[in-house]
Design a protein. Structure first.
Length: 295
């Protein structure tokens, strides 16, 4: 069974549909990066995977065993989160709350897990400091450590490098890649396309009327993948949709003939091309061990 399966998924708010026709299947240990225009439903899709947002159509399935083990989640960083009055140790341990059950005291195993996560993220020396006093990069490390404590097989990250300086960004990407190499599946929303194609095994490109899913190599074989990968920093803010999604022949932009094993759903013109995808190939190898609306 795939870790996550979406079949012609539709996501909406009271104000209207934000994503439709989203289809993909993600295997265990994969590294999926979700990219696309602002408002295309990327963050909403993460919340739907967590069961925090209802789906309006189609089907979304997350492996029950993964849910049972726990899903790590690092949401978009908000001003309220940055000012949270708790110690680093308390926040990291809170990732074990689901495993803790009804016990009012932390179990020794959970304390050790939190200590391991803090050491791993390089924040063990500031365990007693107040979270609100930390830099943006340190705060993101704390939240990643918390997500690590909560997860077994799957971690969901929503713009984890937003607002970080280049060095902190590089370190954060390295930590996420290390988790993936140990067998934790990563699903990350990002505007940083250059990093996405460097680290991810798979890309989900979400548009307001279309979506593409395939391996990183397949994505880069499409004209739209080449176009976005060329943009240093991957900013979508000033990109004109007339150059791609609204082109006369949208089938020529996401041309699955250039990526024969990809699954592409081209909903804008009522065209659907659905082909099986095997996620057996992984970049970098994997050991067998182990909010607002949208950006």
């Amino acid at each position: 069974m795939a870790l996550i399966t979406c079949e012609t998924l539709t996501l909406a708010y009271d104000t209207g549909v934000v994503a439709s026709g989203v289809s993909f299947a993600l295997e265990r240990g994969s590294y999926l990066c979700i990219v696309g225009e602002n408002g295309s439903g990327k963050s909403t899709l993460l919340r739907a995977m967590l069961g925090l947002h209802p789906i309006s159509g189609g089907r979304l399935t997350v492996d029950p065993e993964a849910r049972k083990k726990g899903i790590g989640y690092l949401p978009q960083h908000t001003p309220a989160q940055r000012d949270f009055p708790a110690s680093v140790r308390e926040i990291v341990r809170s990732g074990c709350l689901k495993k803790q059950g009804m016990s009012p005291f932390w179990k020794v195993s959970h304390k050790r897990l939190a200590d391991k996560a803090m050491t791993r993220m390089g924040i063990d020396h500031i365990a007693g400091r107040c979270y609100r006093e930390l830099s943006g990069g340190q705060q993101q490390r704390v939240l990643l450590a918390r997500a690590f404590c909560a997860t077994g097989d799957l971690i969901l990250l929503d713009e984890p490098i937003a607002g970080l300086d280049p060095m902190a960004m590089t370190e954060m990407y390295g930590m996420i890649a290390d988790l993936n190499r140990e067998g934790v599946a990563v699903v990350m929303v990002s505007h940083d396309v250059s990093a996405a194609v460097s680290y991810a095994t798979h890309i989900l490109h979400m548009g307001k009327t279309t979506s593409f899913f395939g391996t990183t190599e397949e994505y880069l074989a499409t004209p739209v993948g080449k176009q976005f990968a060329r943009r240093e920093g991957g900013s979508y803010g000033d990109w004109s949709p007339k150059t791609a999604w609204d082109a006369p022949s949208i089938g020529g932009i996401l041309d699955v003939r250039a990526a024969p094993d990809a699954r592409s759903v081209l909903g804008a013109r009522g065209v659907s091309r659905d082909r099986g995808l095997t996620a057996s190939r992984r970049r970098g190898g994997a050991a067998s061990e182990r909010g607002g609306r949208d950006a």
